[in-house]
Design a binder for this molecule. Structure first.
Ligand SMILES: [Cu+2]
Length: 412
């Protein structure tokens, strides 16, 4: 996720196995995707998808529900295969891509995900959902012209919260997207699954006004729509990318995303070489990445100040066996960014091809016209929905034709 896309989304990834296992998983996934494509509505896809966003003003919460959905069986898999059930980063791999209108002017402060079966009993998250993302089509990312990822959740992540002193602004009527990739590795379809996302907020008129925060996401190998994975020679090495900030502000929390054999991802000032933020992998002795460290710089203090027009370098470092190349590596830093002046946030360009990828993944999505929001407390039903191409699960690793020896679990 979102590799730490968004609010404190700690990215914990685990990785896995051999190339022969990857090939087996690819075949299994291709088969299942062609089956599920035959019943789009029951899978909660398509323009009639049952998604709604309701304001509970007494509790200061927006409750988003998707369902009841049919979660198609992917077929039983072995332990290793289950770990391999992988995802891509970026659009195109999800089972569900629906739009809805955000229902109220708020400062978002937290999210909490729950999954229920047809009898409203809690479902186990890792065996039901692989990952989900909340998108905001009315704002772009700070570094890239792509659609804002408000936050993402993986199999293991459940919730996150920021203090009252900060808030992520969401306005009534914003065109939101909910992406879900299910994870049902049994032989039986799950019927009547409901995904419920509770987002606590502060009212927009809160005094004193919270500091505005927005998601920060940087990638050492960004290729919108094509996958961000890369390979490294035996022993490992590093991959880096230089970007220029479009707006000044403070990075107040960071997390990251690395695959197996990852060591760290760090942010440097190009001119001075100073390291501004560092996220270290938590590794087993054989290099398996089980999680990442987190940095909390400025929820209370000042944070790391990044300056508009100035260049920064993101570096991902990998260290593996001297005998084996590393395939399908990734390196991302995600976090929370507080712009000095929100009005200077880079303007969304709805004609930018990188923005359009999410509206038209792989060129086959159908997009119905969106309607304006009609109230802040009414249930907002899905008004626009996209349908992904049938073969969405096929491209293991999405690395643009790279050999694939590894994959990961956890949210994008
Ligand atoms: Cu990844």
């Amino acid at each position: 996720m979102a590799e730490g896309t968004g609010l404190l989304n700690a990215s914990e990834r685990r990785m896995v196995g051999s190339r022969s296992i990857a090939a087996g998983a690819a075949i299994a996934l291709m088969t299942s995707s062609s089956l599920s494509a035959s019943s789009p509505h029951r899978g909660c896809e398509g323009p009639d998808a049952p998604v709604k966003a309701v304001v509970d003003s007494a509790k200061h919460a927006v409750v988003i529900t998707l369902g009841p959905c049919l979660v198609p069986a992917l077929g039983p898999m072995g332990m290793h295969d289950m770990s391999m059930a992988m995802m891509g980063h970026g659009p195109g791999n999800e089972d569900v891509r629906v739009h809805f209108r955000w229902p109220a002017d708020v400062w978002m402060r937290s999210f909490d995900l729950q999954l229920f079966d047809k009898d409203h009993k809690r479902l186990n998250q890792p065996t039901t959902m692989h990952h989900m993302e909340l998108l905001n089509f009315d704002r772009r990312q700070v570094l890239y012209p792509m659609v804002e990822r408000v936050f993402g959740l993986g199999e293991e992540t459940g919730s996150a919260k920021v203090p009252k002193s900060v808030g992520l602004p969401l306005d009534a009527g914003m065109d939101m997207g909910l992406y879900v990739m299910w994870n049902n590795h049994t032989a039986k379809d799950l019927e009547g699954v409901t995904l419920q996302l509770t987002i606590d907020y502060s009212p927009r008129n809160l005094v004193p006004r919270p500091t505005i925060v927005l998601p920060f996401k940087a990638d050492v190998n960004i290729h919108p729509g094509a996958g961000d994975a890369f390979d490294l020679p035996p022993g490992g090495g590093s991959r880096s990318a230089v970007f220029t900030m479009g707006v000044s502000g403070r990075l107040i929390a960071v997390g990251g995303h690395l695959h197996d054999f990852g060591k760290e991802v760090r942010l440097e000032d190009v001119a001075t070489g100073k390291v501004l933020a560092r996220v270290s992998a938590l590794r087993t002795p054989n290099g398996e990445v089980t999680g990442v460290s987190h940095g909390l710089y400025g929820i209370l203090g000042r944070g790391r100040h990044l300056v508009a027009g100035r260049q920064y370098r993101l570096v991902a470092v990998y260290q593996g066996s001297p005998k084996d190349s590393i395939y399908g590596a990734m390196g991302l830093m995600g976090g929370i960014f507080a712009p000095d002046n929100y009005t200077k946030w880079p303007k969304l360009d709805p004609t930018n091809p990188d923005y359009l990828i999410d509206l038209n993944p792989k060129g086959t999505a159908t997009v119905a016209a969106a309607q304006p929001a009609s109230g802040t407390t009414a249930a907002m039903t899905a008004r626009r929905s996209t349908r992904v191409r049938a073969g969405r699960r096929a491209p293991l690793g999405r690395g643009g034709g790279l050999p694939r020896g590894t994959a990961h679990r956890g949210g994008g």
